[in-house]
Write a protein that binds this ligand. Structure first.
Ligand code: ADE
Ligand code: ZN
Length: 328
């Protein structure tokens, strides 16, 4: 089977970050909003480094203003994912963008996204679950409000709570209340760490937030003891190699630590993060990993199983997806 045709499991995708640039431009045109400077001459998002990426990302989000916008966005994003063979996806949603952390408004956005996900499931066979996500550089107070939104809507479609944004802002322990609130509501936990921060950032997130998965986490490789601890604890890394390379964390695919982490027994998974920003898709990630590290069907099959076993879904959903992976 070709890598393109393999059924894939993606655990780390930001809904707004997956917005096709043409979709954002179209919405801006409908609303007569000016997005000058956001796009390169070829129509892709114009980004230069991590901080600038976050600025462009937030500027693009300003056109997303209603639950209906998010319904359309979800349909567009899941169509792209399904075209890359994704059969199960976990998507970061942010109450900061969806209703400004107001619980009633957030419920409306979440319902629109859930309905769109169901429609995409009927259309493309893809299954989606959502992870409500606080934005680190917005600070701990807003993260608390985000966690309350998440806790009020936990269960069913919304199965996780996460932390994204600028890793240099604050410390993981500043977000402990938010994570405790989400955990008590039954949500499963992940946090971005070890992308722009070093191994200590990963260690702090694991210790202070009690997460079972780490978004990125790849800079753990700089501390061999931490790598052993992560492997022993079974913590799963949501690796997004194309994202890391596009943002300049590593010069090329062969320099990316995913293969070395895997060789040391760490549970690694593969995702795209914000695919159009980084000119990637799940199939592109697979192709480049096969090329860089000689990964074959056996390795990808193992990674897909690791991913679905680490998914924030109920056992019956997991069993259904495992059957689809096994059938391929
Ligand atoms: N938000 C969207 N993509 C992100 C990334 N790669 N790191 C941190 N926050 C993000
Ligand atoms: Zn991310």
């Amino acid at each position: 089977m070709s890598l393109a045709a393999r059924p894939k499991v993606e655990l780390h995708l930001h809904l707004e970050g997956a917005a096709p640039p043409a979709f954002i431009r179209g919405l801006a045109q409908e609303k007569s909003l000016d997005l000058t400077g956001l796009f390169a001459p070829d129509g892709s998002y114009a980004i230069a480094g991590f901080r600038h990426f976050l600025k462009v990302y937030e500027a693009a989000c300003t056109v997303l203003r209603t639950p209906e916008d998010y319904r359309r966005l979800t349909l567009a994003v899941l169509e792209e994912s399904a075209a890359s063979g994704v059969v199960y996806t976990e998507v970061f949603l942010s109450p900061d963008f969806c209703g400004g952390r107001d619980v009633a408004a957030w419920q409306e956005y979440l319902e629109a996204i859930r309905e769109a996900a169901e429609a995409a499931g009927r259309r493309d066979g893809i299954v989606m679950r959502a992870i409500a996500t606080a934005i680190r550089h917005q600070g701990p107070d807003r993260a608390r409000e985000t966690a309350v939104c998440a806790a009020e809507t936990a269960g069913g479609f919304l199965t996780g709570f996460g932390l994204a944004g600028d890793e240099s802002a604050g410390r993981p322990r500043d977000f402990r209340w938010a994570f405790d609130c989400a955990r008590e509501a039954g949500l499963r936990l992940t946090a971005h760490a070890g992308e722009w921060g070093g191994p200590e950032s990963v260690r702090d997130a694991i210790r202070d937030l009690g997460v079972e998965r780490i978004g990125h986490g790849v800079r753990a490789i700089e501390d061999p003891v931490l790598v052993e601890e992560i492997a022993a604890a079974g913590i799963v890394l949501e690796c997004c190699p194309g994202s890391n390379i596009a943002l300049g964390l590593y010069p090329g695919w062969r320099d990316h630590p995913i293969d070395r982490l895997r060789a040391r027994g760490v549970k690694v998974t593969v995702s795209t993060d914000d695919p159009p920003y980084f000119h990637t898709t799940m199939t592109h990630e697979y192709d480049r990993l096969a090329e860089a590290f000689g990964w074959d069907d056996g390795v990808f099959g193992e990674i897909e199983l690791t991913s679905i076993n680490a998914a924030f879904c109920d056992t019956s959903t997991r069993d259904t997806i495992v059957k689809r992976l096994e059938a391929a």
